[in-house]
Design a protein around this ligand. Sequence first.
Ligand code: FES
Length: 134
Amino acid sequence: MGGTNPYIKTPDIKKPKRPFRITFLNIKKTVEVRLDHPVFGTGLPGSILDVAMGAGIDIDHACGGVCACSTCHVYIKSGGNSCSIPTENESDMLDLAPDVRPNSRLACQCVPNGEEDITVEIPSWNRNLVREGQ
Ligand code: FES
């Protein structure tokens, strides 16, 4: 399941102009995001969830990546300035997540613009749900 939610505002998204990396600290995996990176189709195109799923990293995403659950809650440890600004819908949904911090984002809504490499931590309660593809 995946796609976008027609009932919420889509964030302003700037497409990357150069390749960049997203590092997932918990599983010690770095994904090279190329300009022609394939869209997996879960979460907003180019979102952290979309990139992760496309790389075989299965972050929990109960609503299918349409900003309706908060199970894709992650912490952006570095590179957050290059991410899309959270919409009111994302902020409202994050309010339902446990242990929200200033660097909390929904992986399905957070779209990096490629100006910085990104480092992501998956909260401890989600870590056992994270699976890496074969
Ligand atoms: S997967 Fe449900 S809000 Fe991101």
